[in-house]
Design a protein around this ligand. Structure first.
Ligand code: TGC
Ligand code: FAD
Length: 403
């Protein structure tokens, strides 16, 4: 946490959100799931909704929320309790992502990077000493992390990465650069993927303050404006050997982390879609044109009916995927289907619901434009919409069409 947080203006508008549950999906959730969801929903109403519009309009990352995310248990919910995590199942994790993304996709980004892309690899591939050193601080929000896979010339094709490290006897010498890294300008640590001299990909923990390591911020985004994005630059950085993640290497290691983060997105975007749907429904019932509420016109009802149908389908997809994930049976292709379908669903609902609000829909009085712009990043990161289609194509045909 390097710089002071600018003053954030609070909105006095009440957050009236209630989630649609057309198929009584609550009946399939445990009491614990519902309790966790209620706690995070309250947190979002109190801590995110009042400030998010100002943060996005002025491109402010609300740093003070990092500790609060830790307090509410949003960081590392599936990591065992002995390392500071929540020891919860994957449906709880999904519900947490849904509620936070209902507040804002950029806030969910901060949380999913910390949980799935930083804590997960340290827990799953790290040594016991690394787990004990980093996980409790990451869980409590004392420490913020980021995940460096994408490079300027290697986005969809991370296997071509050029960031590399050499064994210098006492330490590793790291060189290269990563781009589009969520949380990077503020992160205390970065889990970085780099090739060794034999060309094998490994994860390595780089700490802020190491000589030759810098994290310039990326400016001018129209999307995820409350999330902080930047680069990771390594110019002959000496990394202690004990910072290498010892228990998995190869491209499968970072892709394994992406399975967890993509799963969280499949749930998260339902939150953004629900927020848009609920806002549009309320507006349509109140807005009078031609002497009647616009909700009485068939074309508005068509939009609302289709939105609710798509949200319900997405909820069922996410819930079944959560059950499979709890059993350790969710495949990469199943996760791709859910991430791809649900993000596209949320983007369409953000656009359609904005139309229901007419001109008001383009203002910051309502959340649609913010969700819509945010979702342009969500449909791109963690594998683009088309890359997930190709992952499914490979699963169906056995033929990879990437190259
Ligand atoms: P391919 O030959 O298919 O696989 C290479 C090795 O990896 C294994 N593998 C996986 N292992 C675990 N989990 C997965 N999901 C896996 N997918 C593949 C695979 O079995 C193989 O292992 P081995 O032992 O045989 O070597 O790899 P490829 O080079 O052909 O690439 C496939 C492709 C294109 C699907 C993959 O590269 C890909 O998914 N590209 C998209 C890149 C991406 O998603 N980047 C995300 C960066 S992080 C990010 O965006 C964070 S945003 C966070 C936020 O703010 O919320
Ligand atoms: P490219 O790979 O250049 O793709 C450009 C276009 O070509 C896309 O439409 C793509 O679908 C298409 N394309 C590419 N290959 C094929 C193919 N074989 N067949 C058909 N079409 C193809 N990365 C991280 O490592 N960590 C982060 O924390 C992180 N955070 C991010 C935050 C934001 C706000 C954004 C926007 C990105 C973030 N990313 C992060 C990077 C993100 O994962 C990449 O942007 C994404 O994987 C796509 O890579 P690219 O932008 O280089 O696009």
């Amino acid at each position: 946490m390097l710089v002071e947080e600018p003053i954030i203006k609070k909105s006095s508008k009440a957050d009236l959100f209630e989630s649609p549950d057309f198929y009584d999906i609550d009946d399939l959730l445990s009491d614990e799931h519902k309790m966790i969801r209620a706690a995070v929903r309250d947190f979002v109403k109190k801590e995110i909704s009042p400030i998010i519009e100002d943060c996005c309009q002025h491109n402010i990352f609300p740093k003070h929320l990092v500790k609060k995310f830790g307090e509410v248990g949003a960081f590392g919910p599936t990591v065992p309790i002995e390392y500071g995590g929540g020891g919860l199942d994957y449906i709880s994790y999904g519900l947490i992502m849904q509620e936070i993304e209902r507040g804002d996709s950029g806030m969910r980004s901060t949380v999913s990077v910390q949980s799935s892309l930083v804590m997960y690899p340290i827990y799953a591939y790290g040594s016991e000493a690394q787990r004990l050193k980093y996980l409790p601080k990451l869980a409590s929000g004392q420490m913020l992390g980021c995940f460096g896979l994408t490079e300027p010339d290697h986005g969809s094709n991370p296997s071509g990465m050029v960031t590399n490290f050499k064994d210098m006897g006492d330490y590793y010498l790291l060189n290269g650069a990563k781009m589009w890294i969520s949380n990077s300008p503020l992160a205390d640590i970065a889990v970085v993927w780099a090739k060794n001299e034999q060309g094998r990909i490994h994860g390595i923990i780089v700490e802020r303050g190491m000589e030759g390591f810098s994290t310039p911020e990326t400016h001018g985004k129209w999307s995820l404006r409350a999330s902080c994005t930047g680069e990771l630059v390594f110019d002959n950085v000496k990394v202690p050997k004990e910072n290498l993640l010892p228990n998995k290497s190869g491209l499968g290691a970072p892709l394994g982390c992406l399975d967890s983060a993509r799963y969280g997105i499949a749930w998260g975007v339902i939150g953004a879609a629900m927020d848009c749907y609920e806002t549009a429904k309320r507006y349509a019932l109140e807005r009078i044109q031609f002497g009647k509420p616009i909700a009485s016109f068939q074309l508005i009802q068509k939009k609302l009916a289709e939105m609710l149908t798509e949200i319900t389908k997405a909820q069922l997809l996410a819930l079944r995927l959560g059950e499979l994930k709890n059993k350790g049976k969710a495949t990469t292709a199943q996760i791709s289907m859910a991430k791809r379908n649900n993000v596209a669903m949320a983007l369409e609902i953000a656009r359609d619901s904005r139309q229901i609000l007419g001109g008001m829909g383009i203002t910051g009085e309502y959340p649609m434009m913010r969700h819509s712009m945010n979702l342009e990043s969500v449909v791109t990161y963690e594998g683009t919409h088309d890359i997930h289609l190709l992952i499914l194509g490979k699963e169906i045909t056995g033929i990879a069409a990437f190259e």
